[in-house]
Design a protein around this ligand. Structure first.
Ligand SMILES: Nc1ncnc2c1ncn2[C@@H]1O[C@H](COP(=O)(O)OP(=O)(O)OP(=O)(O)O)[C@@H](O)[C@H]1O
Length: 249
């Protein structure tokens, strides 16, 4: 669960370049909800995601994650709950390491000093089984360098790593913007499956009408740092693509 109360963010306060990126945002994303955020360039979508992730501090307001007040927590302190997938497939994984070493690194990051991970055969088996669910044939290439994989394969593996970490919240920041349509489809479908299978709370930023239409059970539109439209459940299902198209401007 993610809860924002009266959250505002001003960049460059007091200077000629001052921007009110977020204006008094109130938002409750319930456990298991898959929220899609749309809106024009500069409407505040990334700032909102960065504030949830802890990459930037709020100028005013409160933020709770899984019921805990994380107002002053940095991103690394929030990483036990939050996984994030960025636009650039290179950001989620280490190119020079193998697939299995990337999974080890990811597990060590969240499980701290549990050094058994590195030598544990059951860990490798577990990773292999998880990767097989992607149906990309990567389960037989655990020792292949991550840098040799396609962008779509890397994004799908990044998604898997985040759920193996036991994260409860998945932040998807235009995860398919740099991918060809086929890879983009695989990544979006993988994310959707993981959100459902693991009951994750997810937030997706997208400029893609089809993705906003197809995925998620709630959609909000941002404009000038505010949430100006918010539709969930049945009402999202009945929203037509033509109606949703209006939300992108
Ligand atoms: N670090 C920063 N310093 C100064 N201004 C910023 C900073 N980050 C964002 N802004 C400004 O805040 C406003 C909201 O930006 P934000 O990136 O959140 O919008 P967005 O909806 O994600 O846009 P896009 O769709 O183009 O990614 C914009 O006017 C932007 O220029």
């Amino acid at each position: 669960m993610i809860e924002l109360q009266h959250v505002s963010k001003t960049f460059n306060k007091g200077r000629a370049t001052e921007v009110n990126a977020l204006n008094d945002i109130n938002l409750l994303v319930k456990k298991g909800e898959y929220l899609v955020i749309v809106g024009a360039n500069g409407s505040g979508k990334s700032t909102l995601l960065n504030i949830i992730a802890g990459n930037i501090k709020v100028s005013a307001g409160e933020i709770k994650i899984e019921g805990e007040d994380v107002h002053n927590y940095a991103d690394y302190q929030r990483s036990k709950w939050i996984a994030r997938v960025f636009q650039n497939p290179l950001s989620g994984t280490a190119s020079g390491l193998s697939i299995i070493d990337n999974f080890r690194l990811s597990a060590i990051r969240t499980q701290g000093k549990n050094l058994t991970i590195g030598v544990n055969a059951s860990f490798t088996k577990q990773v292999k089984e998880k990767i097989a669910t992607l149906e990309m044939g990567l389960e037989d290439k655990l020792n292949q360098q991550m840098g040799t994989l396609s962008g779509g394969q890397r994004q799908a593996l990044t998604l898997l790593m985040s759920v193996m970490d036991d994260c409860r919240i998945l932040l998807l920041d235009e995860p398919t913007a740099a991918l060809d349509p086929r890879s983009a489809n695989i990544v979006m479908q993988t994310a959707d499956k993981l959100v459902k299978d693991f009951g994750l709370t997810a937030v997706l930023i997208t400029h893609n009408l089809k993705d906003a239409y197809t995925y998620g059970n709630r959609v909000i539109q941002m404009a000038d740092g505010k949430i100006i439209r918010d539709v969930a459940g049945e009402n999202k299902l009945t929203l037509s693509q033509a109606e949703l198209f209006e939300w992108f401007s």
